[in-house]
Design a protein around this ligand. Structure first.
Ligand SMILES: Nc1ncnc2c1ncn2[C@@H]1O[C@H](COP(=O)(O)OP(=O)(O)OP(=O)(O)O)[C@@H](O)[C@H]1O
Ligand SMILES: [Mg+2]
Length: 154
């Protein structure tokens, strides 16, 4: 039997995004690489914030707009939240040490992965946010067995 490796979910408002993030939070496994795609303001950071809160994180969740990366440890999981919008080139990649964050243990959530195309390790799952007149659609795609397991667990 083959599970479909993609699906689309409508998120009519931010509360729906938070509910989806809570489902995803409980489907996470160490080492997952999740690309978050979609335009400025599509809801990528909102999803990560709600996901961390669903795991029990009570601190502030800042957008990594300037730092490019934020680290979190919660519920026995190690998470890395990237925003590569301002990322420039291969030289910056080498200097950043980001490669070491993709260690098979950290869960890596990456906004603007296209900015580091060819450098970034491949995704297990991508979530692509589309801005609708009201709310958002999110397209889920699995690219590996681990990613498929994650989507099946939603
Ligand atoms: N399902 C939803 N329906 C309507 N509005 C939403 C929904 N989810 C999030 N939003 C709103 O959309 C905005 C999303 O902002 P957010 O910072 O999460 O975007 P982003 O994709 O991370 O953007 P950037 O690329 O600039 O980092 C917020 O104002 C949030 O309240
Ligand atoms: Mg963001």
């Amino acid at each position: 039997m083959h599970e479909p490796n993609h699906s689309r979910i409508n998120l009519p408002d931010e509360a729906a995004t938070a509910a989806f993030a809570a489902l995803l939070a409980h489907a996470l496994q160490p080492g997952l690489v999740i690309y978050l795609r979609g335009n400025l303001g599509a809801g990528k950071t909102t999803l990560v914030r709600a996901l961390l809160q669903a795991l029990g994180y009570t601190g502030r969740v800042k957008s990594p707009t300037y730092t490019l990366i934020e680290h979190y440890e919660v519920a026995g999981l190690h998470l890395r939240h990237f925003d590569l919008y301002r990322f420039r080139d291969a030289e910056e990649w080498e200097g950043s040490g980001f490669r070491d964050d993709f260690d098979g243990r950290n869960i890596c959530l990456v906004e603007w992965p296209e900015q580091a195309a060819g450098l970034l390790p491949p995704a297990d799952v991508s979530l692509t946010f589309e801005i609708l007149q009201d709310g958002r659609d999110v397209l889920l795609h699995a690219y590996s067995d681990a990613g498929q397991k994650c989507l099946n667990a939603l």
